[in-house]
Design a protein around this ligand. Structure first.
Ligand code: NAI
Length: 508
């Protein structure tokens, strides 16, 4: 990433935050903590009171946790001024709008504010879904308008997407990047396109999960356990959607899908629509995929323990699962190595890492029943593995496969025979989405990865993840998904395609 020499907004310039709701109050606290005078504006007196109370409570919490001294907290609080409609606003250098998600209302509020503040003030919006370009075009100086997209809670989450509209002046973008950094945030720059970085690149995390549930391959409980304990994600997709709220998550998916002219990659799911229609919105309504409230317990998931492994043969190169050879040796299970097509033979039963084909398709290719296992973030530290077998795999064969992973200290979940299983297809689609965002100049490779680790806590940025498992593996998974489904949803990004071909040439 090229470091810009732009300087942050000077501390003697004030910041106006329009909207004293959840986001506005959080952003006001961030700017005041950095040392700016902040004018917090809202059309509702009650909202202003609530916003100030939110800041007070948050500062008290920081004092209690010894993150800030009491007198510094008082100084931060004193810098936030509730500003009614006619209040004087002095030396304003930046306006951050955080009001209702409606273009017309945002344009009106920013236009009014532009007339009240210094002419050189930068106007920014915290919108998560509207076009910054469209907003800017309706304001007097489109060059001075950018997106400044904070994540909730703004005081805690470090990521800020600095959204460049078509007409945004590069110096303005640089100033906002430097300002976000001075405010101890992690800024990433992106173009104003649907979902910006995070809300676009994260779509497959939800979309593939919903697809697996739609096709009855697993349950929300098992899927979450596999994605957390095998894939290394902080939260499973179902519990995360329950936390975000299905109404909100569905609306974001829908807006990205519509923003991309109904590209099937972002198509909303009937599984989620059912939940929204039923009012099962997740934690906030007491029920989503899971039930919440006193005495509610999740259905325990079924783990398969399997039989004792006596002999293992590793045939050929296991690719992204190569670490398993060492782990099996370390578990004192005798391993023989032989040439072959990347299989682990456990007491005669063939196991293979999923490559995007179903176990049924792999069995046809190999001429014998095969049990597939899922991609793990790290085969050494992952505590769970998922297996899948075709309908002709016997329980004894599945037991042999499970026994190997049990011997490696892992819990074993069995999924239906879905192409690409759970972690592999999700990670492949995340990498592909990130690759497309880079290909289309939405953001740099560095910023896409920083956005996904900083904004949604992924254990690795998608592009770093793709490189770790190797890009040809990722492209292969998507190609196989494409032939399994015959849908345009599973198409390899030109970025990924080009790098896969370059690697193929390099390896002769
Ligand atoms: P909120 O509903 O908590 O607060 C909005 C506030 O704006 C209310 O206090 C309301 O009285 C005030 N308001 C409405 N119209 C106004 C106007 N014309 N002038 C002044 N104040 C006005 O909303 P929230 O959640 O804080 O969201 C605000 C913005 O931030 C939206 O654009 C949203 O998409 C975006 N955002 C929200 C995130 C979230 O997780 N809640 C995360 C990132 C962005």
């Amino acid at each position: 990433m090229v470091e810009s020499t732009a300087t942050a907004l000077p501390l003697d310039r004030a910041v106006v935050v329009i909207g004293a709701g959840t986001m506005g109050a959080g952003i006001a606290e961030v700017a005041a903590s950095a040392g700016h005078v902040v004018y917090l504006c809202d059309t509702s007196e009650a909202a202003l009171d609530r916003g100030r109370a939110q800041i007070r409570a948050s500062l008290d919490k920081r004092v209690a946790k010894a993150k800030i001294a009491q007198h510094d907290a008082e100084a931060v609080y004193a810098r936030v001024h509730a500003a009614g409609p006619g209040a004087p606003l002095e030396r304003v250098g930046l306006v951050i709008e955080a009001i209702v998600e409606n273009l017309e209302i945002k344009v009106a509020a920013l236009r009014d504010m532009a007339a009240r503040v210094d002419e050189d003030a930068i106007l920014s919006t915290n919108t998560s879904s509207l076009s910054v370009t469209a907003l800017a075009s309706r304001l007097p100086q489109p060059g001075r308008v950018v997106g400044m997209h904070f994540f909730n809670p703004a005081t805690i989450l470090p990521l800020v997407e600095v959204v460049r509209g078509q007409a945004s002046d590069p110096d303005v973008v640089d100033t906002i990047v430097a300002t976000a950094r001075a405010w101890k945030k992690v800024p990433v720059v992106c173009q104003s396109t649907p979902g910006f970085i995070v809300n676009r690149v994260a779509r497959p995390f939800y979309g593939e999960a919903l697809r697996l549930l739609l096709e009855q391959h697993t349950t929300p409980e098992t899927l979450d356990a596999v994605m957390r304990e095998c894939g290394g994600f902080r939260m499973g997709p179902c519990e995360l959607m329950d936390l975000i709220g299905h109404d909100v998550n569905f609306a974001v998916t829908r807006s990205v899908w519509e923003g991309f002219f109904h590209d099937p990659r972002y198509q909303p799911s009937l599984v989620q629509k059912q939940l929204v229609d039923a009012g099962w919105l997740g934690r906030k309504s007491g029920r989503g995929f899971f039930a919440y409230g006193e005495g509610q317990e999740r259905t325990p998931i079924q783990d398969l323990h399997g039989s004792i492994t006596t002999q293992v043969v590793i045939e050929g190169d296991l690719g992204p699962a190569a670490a398993l050879g060492t782990l099996i040796e370390e578990a004192n299970i005798p391993v023989h190595y032989a040439p072959g097509r990347g299989l682990i033979r456990v007491d005669g039963v063939a196991l293979a890492l999923t490559d995007g084909r179903s176990a049924a398709a792999r069995s046809v290719e190999l001429g014998e029943p095969v049990v597939l296992f899922d991609l793990a973030l790290d085969y050494r530290t992952s505590t769970r593995i998922a297996l899948a077998g075709a309908v002709d795999v016997s329980p004894a064969q599945l037991d042999s496969a499970a026994g190997l992973f049990t011997a490696l200290g892992k819990k074993v979940s069995v999924l239906g025979d879905a192409a690409g299983m759970a972690v592999s297809r999700t990670v492949a689609m995340l990498v592909n989405e990130a690759a497309d965002a880079v290909q289309q100049g939405i953001a740099s490779e560095h910023d896409v990865d920083a956005a996904m680790t900083g904004g949604v806590n992924y254990p690795l940025g998608p592009l770093a993840w793709g490189r770790k498992v190797e890009l040809p593996y990722v492209a292969g998974v998507i190609r196989h998904l494409s032939s399994a489904y015959g849908e345009d949803r599973y198409r390899v990004s030109p970025w990924l395609q080009a790098r896969t071909q370059a690697e193929a040439r390099a390896h002769g």
